[in-house]
Design a protein around this ligand. Structure first.
Ligand code: SF4
Length: 253
């Protein structure tokens, strides 16, 4: 299917969905306005759902604000807090766009929020449950070693951060994988089923990964791009190692 056809299919489905929603709303409004007893129940149901949704969203927003400002986690609102954070991301990106803000700055801010929420959960795990997931652009472009196929192919020659990541992954006994993109990353998560992921990538890929893997604990570390995007990128190895230590149970550090 050509790209335009795919887009048309998606847009048609969205349009059909909108028409169905409008018809449902118009019908509900008709029932509420009519004298039929069912109209009253439809009205009550809509009000209950509407108020419930609003209360849930406000509770999540309050919990998120308290968490970010005080570092205090209201445990029973954790789920609502995270759902609100993710739900507000597209809104933040849109509003930021209107204000002419750099989208990567907004994404970096969201990653910070995510990381703080992850910290507050105080998750600790064993090395076999932890995966460091890094992008292939960390590999020195002239290196011929097929590290995405098998990370052990890296000779740790010191020319790029892959060797350092391999060193710390071996030292702590955690998994390390290099992904060529989102599809490969999802495949690795499916295969390894880690409890915790330390994800290294650019802000855009990190945010997209965080949205895809919400059932897993993921802490994001943005790579550095002194040579431009996707080319000989770098990462703060000390930050990766410190993050790793935070997640491991004391006997594994
Ligand atoms: S550390 Fe050396 S061998 Fe390993 S991926 Fe980088 S350049 Fe290649």
């Amino acid at each position: 299917m050509k790209a335009n056809s795919r887009k048309r299919l998606f847009l048609s489905l969205v349009l059909v969905g909108l028409v169905l929603t409008a018809v449902a709303m118009a019908f509900s409004w008709y029932l509420i306005r009519s004298d039929a007893p069912v109209g009253r129940w439809v009205g009550i149901t809509l009000v209950v759902f509407g108020v419930g949704f609003l209360v849930y969203a406000l509770a999540g927003l309050a919990s998120l604000t308290i968490s970010l400002l005080t570092g205090h986690n209201i445990a029973f609102l954790s789920k609502a807090r995270e759902q609100v954070a993710f739900a507000f991301l597209p809104v933040a990106l849109r509003v930021g766009g209107w204000l002419g803000l750099d989208k990567d700055k907004i994404r970096a801010s969201f990653i910070e929020v995510n990381n703080q929420l992850v910290n507050q959960r105080q998750v600790h795990t064993t090395p076999d449950q932890l995966l460091i997931l890094a992008p292939v652009c960390l590999q020195e472009a002239s290196c011929v070693r097929k590290v995405t196929h098998d990370i052990e192919n890296c000779r740790q020659c010191g020319r790029c951060p892959v060797g350092d990541l391999l060193r710390i992954s071996k030292h702590y006994g955690v998994h390390l994988a290099l992904a060529t993109g989102g599809t490969k990353a999802r495949q690795l998560l499916k295969e390894l089923r880690p409890q915790v992921v330390i994800a290294i990538a650019c802000e855009r890929d990190l945010v997209s990964g965080l949205q895809d893997a919400r059932s897993i604990v993921v802490k994001g570390i943005a790579n550095q791009r002194p040579n431009g995007p996707c080319f000989n990128t770098l990462v703060d190895i000390e930050e990766v190692e410190n993050t790793l230590q935070d997640f491991l149970t004391p006997e594994h550090i």
